[in-house]
Design a protein around this ligand. Structure first.
Ligand code: 1GP
Length: 254
């Protein structure tokens, strides 16, 4: 039997097809109380975000994770996708999980071991697994350090293309170019352009350090299908206005 694309992946894909690029809001459950996270998700929905990712490199686990997912699901009718840094980042109640392998990690733990240990939980919790190649680019931030990544140099788009193609050939339907949460500079546009050029139908997700609409627009124009913002949403004073600026800047640009 041929594996079918699940409902949540279909919803995200549809958002990309309709407007050219989609926006996902990343919420770290360790950064605020569950009800504040739900309020943030609500404000992001009003601003035009297409889905909520829940995860973080440190502390995004246990009851704080589960309560946050529950509160967000109660509050908004948006796809809620887990973005785990390991098995502890899994919990019931979300719609889906980005089932990722950090392809440029030096550690088998982030390449396959967490995935093997987490797979039975994904099954038990009824989460929709969305297969994704995760590639960390300099500076890489906390996730680069925690994930023991051999980071892709910013001036070497061909290395990012090589890893992304490997992910595509292994059947991953999304590739995520990650500069690290709070990065000073997002992934370079030339790298995004080169990766999207090689990816075809595979959706290219870009995150890390995207702090303004013009930056998001440059990345979307270069080929990013999905723009992820976390830190800037957390720090802004008006989530709805900020997400509206970002999603307005990327939608319809391609
Ligand atoms: C981190 O790519 C995400 O994994 C989002 O990064 O927090 O910098 O928006 P920011």
């Amino acid at each position: 039997m041929i594996a079918r694309i699940g409902r949540t992946e279909e919803r995200i894909k549809r958002a990309v097809e309709v407007t050219g690029s989609a926006h996902l809001t990343l919420i770290d459950p360790d950064s605020q109380e569950p009800r504040e996270a739900a309020a943030m998700a609500h404000a992001a929905l009003e601003g035009g975000t297409d889905g909520i990712m829940v995860g973080g490199s440190i502390g995004a686990s246990g009851s704080c994770l589960e309560k946050t997912v529950h509160a967000i699901k109660e509050e908004v009718d948006l796809p809620v996708v887990l973005f785990p840094s390991g098995t502890a980042g899994l919990c019931p109640g979300a719609d889906a999980v980005f089932f990722m392998s950090l392809l440029n990690s030096r550690s088998s733990s982030y390449l396959i071991e967490n995935q093997a240990l987490g797979a039975p939980l994904v099954h038990r919790y009824g989460l929709e697994p969305i297969p994704m190649a995760y590639i960390v680019v300099e500076p890489g931030g906390t996730v680069g350090w925690v994930g023991d990544a051999k980071m892709i140099p910013r001036g070497k788009p061909e290395l990012a293309v090589a890893y992304a193609l490997a992910g595509k050939y292994m059947g991953m339907r999304l590739v995520y170019l990650e500069a690290g949460s709070g990065a000073i500079e997002p992934v370079p546009t030339e790298m995004v352009r080169a990766v999207k050029g090689a990816m075809g139908d595979v959706m290219v997700v870009v995150g890390g350090g995207i702090s303004a609409g013009n930056r998001a627009a440059d990345l979307a124009r270069a080929g990013a299908d999905i723009i992820v913002t976390g830190t800037a949403v957390e720090r802004c004073s008006d989530v709805t206005a900020f997400v509206r600026e970002l999603s307005g800047a990327i939608k319809g640009i391609k």
